[in-house]
Write a new protein. Sequence first.
Length: 185
Amino acid sequence: MLSREEVRQLFAALSPGPNRLIAHLLYGSGLRLSEALRLRVKELDVGTSRLHVRNGVGGVSLPDAIAEKYPNAKTEWRWQYVFPSTTLSEDPRSGAVCRHHRSDSAVQRAVKKAADATDIEKRATCHTLRHSFATHRLQDGTDVRTIQKLLGHKQLRTTMQYVHVLEQSGDGVTSPLDTLPKDSA
């Protein structure tokens, strides 16, 4: 888990562009890298600053079923990836040339390069941004059930690991002296 200052340093070291935007999205929403990269335009609601993640971890991808049900999907704007690949690739099943989503390794390399350029001594990866999101939400008073839902955890015990990390670190523990009115000290 990175502190808020470490997250700020990491973002400052990231070059402007899609990889930086994706890193912001990971920390700002708690998404897994794969979920962020698979986002489609239709899953964004810019007006309410919300997004809907379909087919998160454990989900099933149904490209053939989508193509059958929505024959124009490959050319409709709403079905396009938010973070498309910079190159075209050939679908191994059909042989069709298409544009996939951005490579996860490109984003991971960018985050690693940015982390190496900072004084952050902790391991800082794309997944670390997800952990930092959850921990910072807890620190800010978001209840654990809400965080469970945001992270897409099926089991509460998975989310409770963040609570245990906070308890072990002592974060959120306030000295009684800090709660006294300023003039009584």
